[in-house]
Design a protein around this ligand. Structure first.
Ligand SMILES: NC(=O)c1ccc[n+]([C@@H]2O[C@H](COP(=O)([O-])OP(=O)(O)OC[C@H]3O[C@@H](n4cnc5c(N)ncnc54)[C@H](O)[C@@H]3O)[C@@H](O)[C@H]2O)c1
Length: 392
């Protein structure tokens, strides 16, 4: 697509506006439409963000001349709306996770392949500056051979199970109205939200794929056990190479949030993100150039000059102000680049489906005593991987 031709964006799910600053800081990109079933919120957001066209019905927005859709509705609508958008000839940037069932992930892949349009999953945690620094360090061999990684998403969302705790313009108080999160997140076993923790670590594992998934839950101890989600889950992803990634999800325990804890171990050293109380991200590396050098933790900040990607260093104040610790701008930039150039998007549909499928496999595994379950190879045709169907 010619970079001089304006790229017109429509957003479905009026809360999901974290991409707007990113789009607006790019030349020839316009956010022209927003869609939400909730009329009050739709009006409020369109006025606040000065988006000219509003729609309550998604299909109506798809009939307009937008080029791309940002899908930012509840998770259980992601595949359905992505497929509708692709079939209407639009490119798609979809919020996490890609979907909620294994079968629909195959429908998504088939539609992306058939459409020839760009589909990218908006896994913004891959774009957090610290995670980008680690990625460059891995690529340049600083950790040696990487063989173990961790990601944790610790975020008490108990209060999001009902809508009445959220401000929705024009809402009347309704104490009992359950939100989608009560069912599609807290209503499920296993790690229902793996991609924030997993995405960056998968990028550090550079092309390895997940072969199997096992998940154990801690049981129900906090609160009155009103959710099927256990207080904490641990998920082990065993890679095709035999290496390991460990994920912790905890959305119910009484403790401070930590949405972006990661660690990485390689043959030459390791990385640990901050845990809290003054802790900071840190690196412990054996220098190959000077094996006698004293080994000690060093702040990750010491490595920013050498390893932070240039575009992060050059970022304007407006770009840095985009959401999620300054990463959202670069995600949007990569999406627009893929649309304009036709190149593979940074987080394509195969990455999206593999990372997302950890949710479904971990759910089945947790319900079956932690039994390892094979990850389908989404890069193959589904008929060729029917032997890999889930066996319990
Ligand atoms: N990447 C991140 O860091 C991050 C952070 C928060 C949420 N999310 C993701 O963003 C998505 C939305 O989360 P949220 O917290 O904004 O949810 P939300 O429930 O607050 O908002 C969803 C919006 O979608 C609208 N909607 C629902 N069905 C619709 C339909 N058929 N057509 C049009 N509009 C419809 C609702 O009216 C509501 O305004 C989820 O997938 C969530 O996982 C990602």
């Amino acid at each position: 697509m010619d970079p001089m031709t304006p790229l017109k964006i429509g957003i479905v799910g009026a809360r999901g506006t974290s991409t707007i600053l990113g789009f607006r800081s790019l030349p020839n990109v316009e956010v022209v439409a927003i869609c939400d079933l909730h009329e009050g919120l739709l009006r409020e957001q369109s006025e606040r963000l000065q988006i000219p066209h509003t729609y309550r019905v998604f299909e109506d927005m798809l009939e307009s001349d937008i080029d791309a859709v940002v899908v930012s509705t509840p998770m259980q609508l992601h595949v359905q709306q992505s497929i509708q958008a692709l079939e209407a000839g639009k490119h798609v940037l979809c919020e996490v996770t890609a979907g909620v069932t294994l079968e629909e992930l195959w429908w998504l892949i088939e539609t992306v392949e058939r459409s020839g349009k760009v589909y990218m999953m908006a896994e913004n945690y891959c774009y957090i500056p610290q995670n980008q620094v680690i990625r460059r360090m891995v690529e340049q061999g600083v950790f040696g051979e990487v063989y173990f990684g961790e990601g944790e998403y610790i975020h008490n969302i108990r209060n999001l199970a009902q809508y009445n705790n959220r401000r929705l313009a024009g809402d009347t108080a309704d104490e009992t109205r359950s939100s989608w999160r009560k069912f599609w997140q807290l209503g499920r076993r296993g790690n229902f939200y793996p991609t924030h923790s997993l995405g960056p670590v998968m990028q550090w594992f550079q092309g390895d794929r997940i072969e199997s998934v096992s998940c154990f839950g801690s049981g129900w101890h906090t609160g009155s056990g009103e959710f099927r989600q256990e207080d904490t889950t641990l998920t082990i992803c065993r890679m095709a190479s035999g290496k390991l990634i460990k994920l912790r999800l905890d959305c119910l325990s009484n403790r401070p949030h930590n949405l972006r804890y990661y660690s990485l171990q390689g043959t030459l050293g390791c990385y640990e993100a901050a845990r809290g109380l003054g802790d900071q991200p840190k690196i412990y590396i054996r220098s190959e150039a000077d094996p006698t050098a004293k080994l000690e933790w060093r702040p990750l900040a010491d490595y920013f000059d050498d390893y932070l990607p240039e575009r992060y260093k050059q970022a304007t104040e407006q770009q840095k102000a985009s959401g999620h610790w300054g990463g959202d701008f670069f995600l949007v930039h990569d999406f627009v680049e893929a649309v304009r150039s036709g190149a593979k998007p940074a987080i394509d549909v195969y990455d999206a489906c593999e990372w997302t499928a950890v949710a479904m496999l971990s759910e089945l595994s947790a319900a079956n005593g932690g039994r390892p379950l094979d990850m389908p190879d989404f890069r193959k045709n589904w008929r060729d991987v029917s032997e890999q169907s889930i066996r319990i």
